[in-house]
Design a binder for this molecule. Structure first.
Ligand code: PGA
Length: 253
């Protein structure tokens, strides 16, 4: 399986012009990759100016989606609208959205809405802090189970999980989780998925890591952390970093 590099631009950059420049630069680097797929998730208003049919292994993603398919839902954007803009992936349940009140139930409805639209949900889970006695594992288990509630065994094969410990997000590579801990936690997530869907499916769902992935740690994270890719925030906003990180991902496979 190809590794996946997901760029989460969050509420950046500040103008449509900068967004298109960054998108074009990212596409240029991504096109040189042979083994790595790239998904770029711009803020919603910048999706349209970036929207082109998918080229090679470069895809557009969205940072959120409505639970509703259409109708009187002011401010919401449906999965079908995103699909019409050539979006292929949707980040759902990012911790920054959960902090605004998004519950596991809403996340599961968004994951289902994404699947119904024929798009791939990237479902985010992760603990706020690590408990000395493994309390965080209980929280991760609840998040995984409840965020995937209603997602059938056939459909879960179209889902990607992003494990993002909150305490590691938005810092520097020195604060990211160690590859060994990433490996251990993703194995734990696989165990939960296997309990829910059976071992074959549990072992097949791709798991990404996110939280202060930068040029200096990306290789070790995918190589030693044994994840199927990364969800990258701040470092994905600088074109040169994107080039370096993609090169590292190619080497890690
Ligand atoms: P970061 O963000 O790479 O800036 O830590 C990752 C994320 O929140 O998805």
């Amino acid at each position: 399986m190809r590794l996946l590099f997901v760029a989460n631009w969050k509420m950046n950059p500040g103008s449509v012009r900068e967004a298109v420049v960054l998108w074009n630069a990212t596409k240029k680097y991504a096109r040189k990759m042979r083994k790595t797929s790239v998904v770029v998730c711009p803020p919603t208003p910048f999706i349209a100016p970036c929207a082109t049919k998918s080229e090679g292994l470069v895809f557009l993603g969205a940072q959120d989606v409505s639970i509703f398919p259409n109708g009187a839902h002011t401010g919401e954007v449906s999965g079908n609208m995103l699909k019409d803009m050539h979006v292929r992936y949707v980040i759902v349940g990012h911790s920054e959205r959960r902090a605004l009140g998004e519950t596991n139930e809403i996340v599961s409805r968004k994951a289902q809405a994404t699947l119904v639209a024929g798009l791939t949900p990237i479902v985010c889970v992760g603990e706020r802090e690590r408990g000395e006695h493994g309390e965080h594992l209980e929280l991760i288990e609840t998040q995984v189970k409840e965020s995937l509630r209603g997602v059938s065994k056939a459909k879960v094969l179209k889902v990607i999980i992003a494990y993002e410990p909150l305490w590691a997000i938005g810092k520097t590579s020195a604060h990211a989780m160690s590859p060994a801990d990433i490996h251990e936690t993703t194995l734990f997530i696989r165990k939960i998925l296997s309990k829910m869907y059976g071992r074959t499916v549990g072992m097949s769902v791709p798991i990404l890591y996110g939280g202060s992935v930068e040029n200096s740690n990306i290789f070790a994270i995918v190589h030693d952390g044994a994840v199927q890719g990364v969800l990258v925030g701040h470092a994905s906003l600088v074109a040169k970093n994107v080039s370096d990180m993609l090169t590292a991902l190619e080497k890690a496979q």
